[in-house]
Design a protein around this ligand. Structure first.
Ligand SMILES: NC(=O)C1=CN([C@@H]2O[C@H](COP(=O)(O)OP(=O)(O)OC[C@H]3O[C@@H](n4cnc5c(N)ncnc54)[C@H](O)[C@@H]3O)[C@@H](O)[C@H]2O)[C@@H](O)CC1
Ligand SMILES: Nc1ncnc2c1ncn2[C@@H]1O[C@H](COP(=O)(O)OP(=O)(O)O)[C@@H](O)[C@H]1O
Ligand SMILES: [K+]
Length: 484
């Protein structure tokens, strides 16, 4: 499991550690680790020229110390700084160390245009979102083929990972210290981070993290593996209320994925047309209402339909929501969410659905738009979790799983090919199967998102994937992850 801690928690742990160390020791360790990574990348890529973008704080100092090590190794290093005093050292001291520091009035554009590696030390965990004015021109002038290494985090991005930011650095690699921070794993900022490398500086953090990310090793710990004493009922029965006369494919995708994720049994409740399709495509499914351990309500469900069978189907959906059983609510089912539900609940909206849900549940706050959700995904998911008492899984390239309180999970396992119609129906099936097996909404959502993302890749590595192929890849993916 990858764990990320907020800047405040990191600073307080750093203070405790520094009390027992010589001044500058932590920064020296950080710079040494950073230089080693840069040196390795320069050797791998065959480059020799390094340009440091040095900001006003300790982040700039880390980058300058690292450049001094690189200069010592024989790399050609130059730094550019703005109209601010350096946090540590003087330009003359850095020149003596082999790193001339240019100001905004010098010709920094020429060395930057020739850089093989750009070390982004503009802002770190002390940064506010957005770049200092001087740094905007530097970042714009970074040549496209230079390898950009961000020190601690890509400058200009929100260290808390809460707000998406236009502009700012997009790194090829981010070298951070001690532990990951929320900026590295949350959806508003993760795309700017590139490859994440964590350098050990002897700092340990304890207690619950702010954000967690499951990795492959966690699958074996969390996945519900049946024992010899199990039968189909003890493994968990899932009820799926999905589809209608207009949306007939969603229940097929959802049920295919749920059965493939390893359910004891699945009951499907639908109108005539999708019922016929589910019968034909997923013969394991038992048609009609009955006793279950959890429900999935909503894929392809049209709550306004007057078609034959719709009213009876909606009655089952409403009864599921009124029950004390775990329920996953997706897509059309989200329109049935009226407020708090005490039993375990997992809502699985994409950004547009979350905006609509918030606008309806919290009208006093005014209308929430999709853009507001994508600009601050965590805050909006938290708001929905607190309004409903549910765990909110917000889908996207990085999928957030936000419980009403406590540590948030964030998964980024899927290739962009996964952005295809029906992939969400598959996710609902996988997560629903895990809820029926007794997992909490947090575990079911995050583990389901991981397996769904890996299955999307395994369905057709490096190429397009259709939702049905993704659903069919689920059983093999689970086996692969359990037996690696
Ligand atoms: N605290 C420690 O002991 C360690 C810190 N380290 C480094 O120190 C960094 C944090 O250093 P600092 O706290 O000095 O913070 P930063 O280096 O992030 O810079 C903060 C400074 O930038 C200014 N600033 C912030 N946002 C701005 C914006 N948007 N536009 C213009 N100016 C802005 C602030 O007013 C402040 O002067 C970490 O990211 C890491 O690189 C490492 O050396 C490891 C040890
Ligand atoms: N850019 C992306 N990269 C990776 N996965 C993505 C990306 N965009 C969306 N996804 C994933 O694809 C799925 C799409 O689900 P959804 O929007 O509900 O589609 P549908 O309703 O058509 O099934 C979700 O699991 C989501 O996390
Ligand atoms: K930085």
């Amino acid at each position: 499991m990858l764990r990320a801690w907020s800047a405040d928690r990191v600073r307080s742990a750093e203070r405790d550690l520094m009390a027992g160390l010589e001044e500058g020791e932590l920064m020296a360790r950080a710079a040494q680790g950073l230089a080693e990574v840069c040196s390795a990348r320069l050797h791998q890529r065959g480059g020799t020229r390094v340009v440091v973008l040095a900001g006003p704080g300790n982040n700039g100092a880390d980058a300058l110390y690292a450049a001094a090590h690189l200069a010592d190794e024989g790399f050609a290093c130059v730094a550019v700084q703005g109209d601010w005093p350096l946090a540590v050292g003087e330009p003359a001291a850095w020149l003596a160390a082999g790193v001339p520091v240019l100001s905004g009035d010098d010709d920094w554009a020429t060395p930057l245009s020739e850089a093989d590696l750009v070390l982004d030390g503009v802002l770190g965990i002390g940064g506010r979102p957005g770049l200092p004015a001087e740094a905007v021109a530097w970042v714009d002038a970074v040549p496209p083929d230079a390898y950009v290494v961000a020190v601690d985090l890509p400058s200009g991005q929100d260290p808390a990972g809460e707000q998406a930011q236009d502009g700012g650095v997009y790194a090829d690699e981010t070298v951070t210290f001690a532990v990951a921070k929320p900026v590295h794993v949350l959806p508003a900022t993760e795309s700017a981070v590139g490859r994440l490398t964590v350098v050990d500086i002897g700092l340990e953090l304890e207690g619950p993290a702010d954000v967690e990310r499951l990795d492959f090793a966690d699958v074996a710990d969390l996945w519900p593996v049946p024992h010899a004493s199990d039968d189909k009922y003890s493994r968990g029965v899932l009820g799926v209320v999905a589809g209608g006369e207009d949306y007939t494919g969603a229940p097929v995708l959802c049920c295919t994925a749920a059965v493939g994720a390893g359910l004891g049994m699945l009951r499907y409740v639908g109108t005539p047309a999708p019922t016929g399709l589910v019968r034909a495509a997923v013969p394991e499914v038992v048609i009609g209402d009955g006793r279950v351990q959890a429900w999935v309500v909503g894929p392809g469900l049209d709550t306004t339909s007057r078609a034959r069978g719709s009213k009876a189907q909606l009655d089952v959906a409403r009864a599921a929501l009124a029950s004390d059983l775990p329920v996953l609510v997706d897509a059309g089912g989200l329109d049935l969410v009226k407020g708090r539900r005490e039993a375990p609940t997992l809502l699985t909206p994409h950004a547009g659905e979350l905006a609509r849900l918030l606008s309806r549940l919290d009208p006093d706050a005014g209308e929430t738009t999709r853009e507001q959700v994508t600009g601050a995904p965590l805050a909006h998911a938290r708001r929905a979790a607190s309004l409903t008492g549910a765990t909110v899984l917000l889908k996207g390239a990085t999928t957030l799983v936000v419980p009403p309180e406590g540590t948030v999970r964030s998964q980024a396992d899927a290739p962009a090919w996964t952005a295809t119609a029906g992939a969400g129906d598959v996710l609902a099936g996988v997560c629903g199967a895990l809820l029926a097996a007794g997992l909490s909404p947090l575990d079911a959502g995050s583990l389901g998102a991981l397996v769904h993302g890996v299955a999307a890749d395994r369905a057709n590595p490096g190429g397009p994937v259709r939702a049905l192929a993704l659903a069919h890849a689920v059983p093999g993916t689970v086996a692969h992850l359990l037996t690696r």
